[in-house]
Design a protein around this ligand. Structure first.
Ligand code: ATP
Ligand code: MG
Length: 758
């Protein structure tokens, strides 16, 4: 038996081996929270306190769930495949698959990702003749998701005026429409599970008896409904083991509630509170930077982090004149890291928003450096892949109207808008899905729609008889998608992506153990090991707690769920040694030898929206803390004076976060003389620039009028503090571009504007 415990420090050991009671592990980044959680699962199983089936572990991303499962597999000689380790969404999906009947869902219900959800809402508003300027589809979507995340159905939402009442009414219609089509959005997965568990005592008791140990990573980012769900599952007697870091709460904008940590301590009467203070991830300078920065937040639970790793290298900071130059610099640094033998997959490039990745991607592509983007446009969100997925969805559940509309005339098969309208009328009239309504359409429209239905039926038949990857391959041909893209000028890339979908299916089958003759899949009838049982006169599906978990989905359903749920893992590129690109949000929980944090400018990071919102700036600071603490050995930060973003040129001030970092841990990299760096005036710590260089930069500032200089800080009564970026004209006709941070760039007449030096 492997000794699981010998690599732990005393606090970690105490946490791993706590008795079976509620516990909270509160600790900063890199202190081993995730490691403790995983080791505890292994320890509980190894010491016979619980069987693998009695564990429910919640992680924040699918990637994290995979990692945890494979670590467990390495620690223990057990089959981890059936274990309930996953994200809230993934676990709820699994629960609803097992209890679809009780949840009033069709067996092959499908998951709407946010893009699908929005297009469905648009379609619905159009069909109802609702003015989408007055009721913007996106707002309705936020409204619905928000309500669901608070556990509210349309009838539970209190509307305080007519406008609001309309939203509520539309929410209701939306839910009915989803029900008719057999689709659920992300928030619905959770709400539906929660409702079913609260409604059905037998089911609730069954799962409470089963999951003796519930373990939650990244607890600080749970939302209200997730917290309620945990409370329900935990019941009176199970042990909830929560690990979290209030300083890393970064999803408030999506309803996460860091207050859940305090609520948990109080409501679960947590006796075991353990803090971990030793950081095992980052070298000293990196950790000092993180600690000093986060100390600027006021609302903190308070904890410290120290390391034995020594100071290591200082944090390197680079200023560029443009985003293009920033990308060029990044490429050079990456190249020299690679020359020194660093692994590509151990180098991460982080940014605040997805839009920033384009320039970096382009530079990497040109330099021939393989990279992988997490988030951004995900593989499964590309148009051609969505089309292919829509065919697969129809094969699995032909009543999915979104899928139907997406491909009924793609590739074109002569089914025009008029025919679709007729079909939509018929569907409304008979209260059925579009697919089911086809026989009610007559004439030419009816016969061309009939042709489409026959095509789908043929594919559905093949789905019964072939392995998943063959099903995907056959669909690509039969649907005409490949043939269609062959005629398109830029279709080659798309065909390549479609072929990658076949590889993704293959990989999925081998990883999940699906396959027509693999024992894991024994058809829908095998879904409940113990079969339906009668408890208190109510029929429920019961899964035997100690039996290995049955696979409840067909390979196709499972693959489709995976496509909707996977959080940015690009299957097709998995395994390749590539540079890692992602937003700071998606870097949560991960670690890399070297990290670049790019675009550290006011308005971008901290994001401009945050400065106006209550608590917004503190959330940005936590985000920056997350970014810094991803790095093990080397950390770079960069910012740029100008940047093209969303088609607009922006002039930026460097992020205020630089002023919150300890000087002793920073190393300012050499600026280029032609940069006109106004910044040279403000910051004195130029490690790499000889004194003469700094003077040359200072002298290159053009003196123009009345002593105003480029780079000078000024204050304006209305716009606040700013920096002069350029000066044009002279004498009485002298104007300046001044960057006022959150008020943006202004062109002011220097003779009229009342400016003060600061
Ligand atoms: P985050 O807050 O970023 O999620 P975390 O607290 O979950 O961080 P882990 O990812 O579990 O931290 O651990 C950080 C790193 O430190 C990992 O590489 C882990 O293997 C290592 N580590 C944790 N504890 C120890 C230990 N006792 N000895 C050696 N290495 C350790
Ligand atoms: Mg972690």
């Amino acid at each position: 038996m492997q000794n699981l415990l010998h690599n732990l420090n005393p606090e970690q050991l105490a946490a791993v081996t706590l008795p079976s009671q509620h516990a909270m592990i509160l600790a900063g980044a890199g202190s081993g929270k995730t490691r403790v959680l995983t080791t505890r699962i292994a320890w509980l199983i190894q010491t016979g306190q619980v069987s693998p089936a009695g564990i429910l572990a919640v992680t924040f991303t699918n990637k994290a769930a995979k990692e945890m499962t494979s670590r467990l597999g390495a620690m223990l000689p057990i089959n981890t495949r059936g274990m309930w380790i996953g994200t809230f969404h993934g676990l709820c999906n699994r629960f609803l698959r097992a209890h679809y009947r009780d949840a009033a869902l069709p067996q092959s219900f499908q998951i709407l990702d946010s893009g699908d959800q929005l297009s469905m809402i648009k379609r619905m508003l159009k069909a109802l003749n609702v003015d989408d300027e007055k009721y913007p589809p996106r707002n309705l979507m936020y409204f619905i998701n928000n309500a669901k995340e608070q556990g509210l159905r349309a009838q539970d939402v209190e509307a305080y005026d007519d406008y609001n009442r309309k939203f509520v009414e539309l929410y209701d219609i939306y839910d009915q429409q989803c029900q008719r089509e057999g689709v659920v959005d992300f928030a619905e997965l959770l709400l539906r599970t929660y409702e079913l568990l609260s409604r059905s005592q037998p089911l609730r008791e069954h799962y409470q008896a089963r999951f003796r140990h519930i373990l939650v990573d990244e607890f600080q980012d749970t939302n209200d409904l997730q917290y309620k769900w945990l409370k329900l599952l935990a019941g009176q007697s199970n042990a909830v083991f929560a690990v979290g870091d209030d300083d890393q709460s970064i999803y408030a904008f999506r309803g996460a509630n860091v207050g859940n940590m305090a609520a948990f301590e109080r409501e679960f009467r947590v006796q075991n509170l353990i803090k971990l203070e030793q950081n095992y991830r980052s070298h000293g300078h990196i950790l000092d930077a993180a600690n000093t920065l986060i100390a600027h937040n006021t609302r903190r639970l308070g904890k410290n982090l120290r390391t034995d790793a020594g100071h290591g290298e200082p944090v390197r900071i680079f200023e560029s004149s443009s985003d293009l130059q920033e990308a060029q610099w990044l490429i050079e640094e990456v190249k020299s890291l690679l020359n020194e033998g660093w692994m590509r997959s151990e180098i991460a490039v982080l940014y605040r928003s997805n839009a920033q990745s384009r320039v970096i991607e382009h530079a990497l592509f040109t330099a021939g450096i393989p990279y992988r983007v997490y988030g951004g446009q995900r593989f499964f969100e590309r148009a051609e892949i969505k089309h292919a997925i829509a065919y697969l969805q129809l094969m699995d559940n032909p009543h999915n109207d979104s899928a139907f509309l997406r491909v009924v005339n793609f590739p074109a098969r002569g089914i025009g808008a008029r025919s679709i309208e007729q079909l939509q009328d018929a569907a409304r009239q008979h209260g059925m899905s579009l697919y089911a309504a086809v026989p009610h359409v007559s004439g030419k429209a009816g016969s061309s729609l009939g042709g489409f239905v026959r095509l789908v039926e043929r594919m559905r038949f093949e789905n019964q008889t072939m392995p998943l990857q063959e099903v995907v391959k056959a669909m690509l041909d039969a649907s005409g998608l490949i043939a269609h893209y062959q005629t398109e000028k830029e279709g080659a890339d798309r065909i390549e992506n479609l072929e990658q979908l076949v590889s993704a299916a293959m990989l999925f089958v081998s990883e999940e153990g699906f396959g027509i003759d693999a024992p894991a899949f024994a058809g829908p009838k095998a879904q409940a090991v113990a079969g339906p049982a009668l408890v208190d006169g109510e029929e429920v599906e019961v899964i035997d707690a100690d039996a290995p978990l049955p696979t409840v989905m067909s390979p196709l359903s499972a693959f489709l769920s995976h496509a909707s749920l996977e959080a940015g893992d690009n299957q097709a590129q998995a395994g390749q040694d590539a540079l890692q690109l992602m937003t700071v949000h998606s870097a949560k929980g991960l670690e890399f030898d070297a990290v670049f944090i790019t675009g550290l400018e006011e308005g971008l990071f901290p994001h401009e929206n945050s400065t106006q919102e209550e608590g917004g700036l503190e959330e940005e600071r936590r985000l920056m803390y997350v970014a810094i603490t991803r790095a093990r050995k080397r950390l770079y930060m960069s910012f740029s004076q100008t940047r093209m973003l969303h088609g607009q040129s922006r002039y930026n001030m460097r992020s205020r976060f630089f002023d919150e970092l300890p000087d002793a841990s920073l190393k300012w990299l050499s600026p280029r003389v032609q940069q006109h760096s106004w910044f040279a005036q403000r910051k004195t710590a130029w490690d790499d620039v000889p004194e003469a260089g700094v003077n040359a930069i200072a002298q290159s500032f053009t003196r123009k009028d009345a002593g105003w200089r480029i780079g000078e800080s000024v204050a304006h009564a209305k716009f606040g503090e700013g920096v002069i970026v350029s000066i044009e004209g002279s004498g009485t006709n002298c104007r300046a571009h001044i960057n006022f941070g959150k008020h943006g760039m202004k062109l002011l007449d220097l003779n009229i504007a009342k400016l003060e030096r600061v």
